[in-house]
Design a binder for this molecule. Structure first.
Ligand code: 3HC
Length: 658
């Protein structure tokens, strides 16, 4: 096995190279070995400066998240970082790939930071419910100022090398061979006889006296219910107000508190689940995928145009096919508007926008279908219409083309039955046309071939989406659970709640939108459908009136229902339906359901998804509540799922014993 840390000599410079695939995370083995090898290198008289770099695809991508929640083994990351900064010879970080979290903290402890032009640097800790806990919150403001530090640490997104240079986060960008460039830099430092300069020795002054108050005010709404972003502000504030060593103590305390929090546990679960979801049980990772070099979308409504954008973003040429010129023009206008907006907001530059627009081929006839490797049908939700389209596809598409339907509510086996190649047919469901919604459900029908499934998963990942594999049954995971939840929310309206109250309870729980606001956004007419046959958006007052009328019509005496009771009813209904989906095998694992809800339906990641949340609440408590609802609310819809009942009685959770 290759050594985890090597030191090689190049003239007067020692190259300390870390090699801990896949992402050079600071595992216990790496930390111990790094300290030992560094101590040797610092003691070697022939070495006058050190270059710290990494083998493989990236610089250190952070602490080893798999060790979180376990007893820390010395030396911990802060000790390693302090050891590096105290070095008596200059240590130069040579960064390629991503320097993230503890990796960036290690780089901040070095005395010079150099990066490849393609490198990215950042602090993703908030997305794990923690803060940079190895001096990052104390060194970063000293290097780039308090405001920029707050933005980087609380924003969580990495910056590229050019931006890092502008901020003063790195000293230079190295074009060409990074190691050679870093060694040359080290030689110059040695020649100049400059002693190591330590970031911790710098002072930081507050640019604006009310910076922290303003920053907190700016994130209060967006980060509601989350601990980490606000702890990050407190830690950075300590960097400004306290000497380095004292600030470090504050950082440690806040870090330890966050590390123990249920939010950090939930976010770690979400991190690993996002990676695990790609490993589909029963579908070996080496299943060959069919190449998808061209695509077609049939039906250019809101979902069709969103799918076309995904292909164009992935630089896959895509034909947009519709039978009506007006509809085609409307669909194209949506796509163009999307890209114009991306250009205006700086998400894309003009050449990239042109490249993506250049991938689109609008057409009114089916000729374009002949060559497509993957065809996505996105016509109106009607079985006969879809079967017709699939009959057409079967006649025109080349052998081996993948034929996907965007339905969730119809029987995909029946749609596939419209072809002579059901093994090439599957479902691909985007819960929302909004690009920010990252979920795609890939639905295997009874006869879908494994390589067709693997291909669709690979394509969805090339869209940078989170692809969840499900067994094709109407509703899949997301819409089916959402319908159950919405039904419960509607019952609550009749009993005494108001739509705005239900939505607010969900919002406070952490959802971006409550069930009614989300339904209105997605064009679902759910409120008083008799009174509002056209599905028009209703004002809060009119919605309340409809709720009152509905209670009256059903002879229900309205009562006051608290926010907690609203959430329990709706979330326990959701969880019970999730349990049924699991026992029916529609979802293979609870994590598939959690990923669907976090990435497709706004379930707050810091609560881990509905099934993880259920385990946190305790299945026994949920089971008892369901039995109570069965008695008090409605006997048929509130039957505990046998799986949930079994687990609750055995004291277990969806993810095993608590
Ligand atoms: N610890 C442990 N394992 C990690 C890891 C980490 N920090 N980062 C990635 N991995 C694992 C993944 O789980 C995955 O494992 P698998 O193959 O068994 O599923 C494997 O490495 C590859 O990861 P990705 O699939 O995510 O690879 P990508 O190439 O798509 O992305 C990456 C690479 C951008 C580095 C991405 O993995 C990432 O964002 N990692 C997390 C970075 C992070 O959050 N760092 C901060 C950690 S907290 C910290 O440092 C605390 C400190 O302040 C004390």
């Amino acid at each position: 096995m290759p050594e985890i840390v090597t030191v090689t000599q190049q003239g007067r410079v020692g190259i300390v190279a870390l090699n801990n695939p896949p992402v050079n995370a600071l595992s216990h083995a790496l930390r111990s070995e790094l300290c030992a090898r560094l101590a040797d290198a610092l003691a070697a008289p022939e070495l006058e400066a050190l270059v710290l770099c990494c083998e493989g695809r990236t610089f250190v991508a952070g602490a080893d998240i798999r060790e979180f929640g376990k007893e820390p083994q010395p030396p911990d990351v802060p000790e390693v970082v302090e050891f590096v900064e105290r070095a008596t010879k200059p240590v130069i970080a040579a960064i390629h790939g991503t320097a993230l979290g503890g990796g960036l903290e290690l780089a901040l402890a070095c005395h010079v930071r150099l990066a490849a032009a393609t490198a990215k640097l950042g602090f993703p800790e908030v997305s794990l419910g923690i803060l940079p806990g190895a001096g990052g919150t104390q060194r970063l403001p000293r290097l780039i100022g308090a405001r920029a530090a707050l933005e980087l640490i609380i924003g969580g997104a990495p910056v590229n090398a050019a931006r890092a240079r502008e901020l003063g986060l790195i000293d230079a960008i190295i074009e060409g061979d990074l190691k050679a460039g870093a060694v040359a830099f080290a030689e110059r430092l040695i020649d100049q006889g400059r002693p190591p300069t330590r970031v911790s020795a710098r002072t930081v002054t507050l640019e604006e006296p009310t910076l922290f108050e303003e920053f907190v005010a700016g994130i209060t709404e967006r980060c509601r219910g989350q601990l980490a972003p606000f702890h990050c502000v407190r830690a950075v504030r300590a960097a400004v107000e306290l000497p380095f060593a004292e600030g470090l103590k504050v950082e440690r305390e806040l870090f330890a508190e966050l590390m123990r929090s249920p939010q950090a546990k939930a976010l770690r679960h979400a991190f690993f689940a996002e990676r695990e979801v790609a490993k589909v049980p029963g579908l070996p990772l080496d299943t060959p995928a069919r190449p998808v070099k061209s695509a077609a979308v049939v039906g250019v409504g809101s979902i069709g145009s969103a799918v076309a954008i995904c292909f164009a973003d992935a630089h896959i040429p895509v034909s947009l096919i519709d039978t009506s010129r007006d509809d085609l023009e409307r669909g194209l206008a949506v796509v163009r508007r999307h890209y114009a907006n991306a250009l205006e907001t700086g998400q894309l530059d003009a050449p990239e926008m042109e490249a993506r627009l250049g991938c689109l081929r609008p057409a009114l006839d089916d000729d374009e279908l002949e060559t497509a490797d993957l065809v996505v049908e996105a016509v109106f939700e009607d079985l006969e219409l879809k079967r017709d389209v699939f009959g057409r596809l079967d006649a025109i598409c080349k052998p081996g083309a993948i034929l996907a339907t965007t339905t969730t509510s119809l029987d995909i086996d029946a749609i596939a039955g419209g072809t002579r190649r059901p093994e090439d047919v599957l479902g691909i469901h985007f819960p929302s046309p909004t690009p920010a919604v990252r979920l795609v459900e890939i639905a295997r029908a009874r006869r879908t071939a494994p390589d067709v499934c693997a291909s669709a998963l690979a394509v969805a990942r090339s869209f940078r989406k989170v692809a969840v594999s499900v067994v094709a049954r109407p509703g899949f995971i997301g819409s089916r659970m959402r319908s159950r939840q919405l039904r419960e929310a509607l019952c609550l309206l009749e009993e005494g709640a108001l739509p705005a109250q239900v939505d607010r309870a969900f919002y406070e729980f952490g959802f971006p939108l409550g069930p009614f606001a989300a339904a209105a956004r997605d064009g679902l007419d759910v409120i008083g459908s008799d009174a509002n046959p056209n599905g028009e958006r209703l004002s809060e007052r009119e919605q309340a009136e409809l709720a009152l009328e509905a209670s009256k019509a059903r002879g229900v005496v309205r009562r006051t229902i608290g926010d907690e009771a609203i959430l329990e009813r709706c979330l326990f209904a959701l969880i019970n339906e999730g349990a049924r989906i699991l026992e029916e095998g529609v979802a293979a694992r609870p994590l598939d359901i959690d990923m669907v809800w976090i990435h497709g339906y706004g379930f707050p990641a810091h609560r881990g998804g509905p099934m993880f949340y259920a385990d946190e609440v305790g299945l026994s408590r949920i089971h008892t509540a369901i039995l109570d609802f069965q008695e008090r609310v409605e006997p048929t819809s509130w039957v505990p799922s046998p799986l949930l009942e079994r687990l609750a009685k055995s004291g277990s959770g969806f993810y095993g014993a608590p």
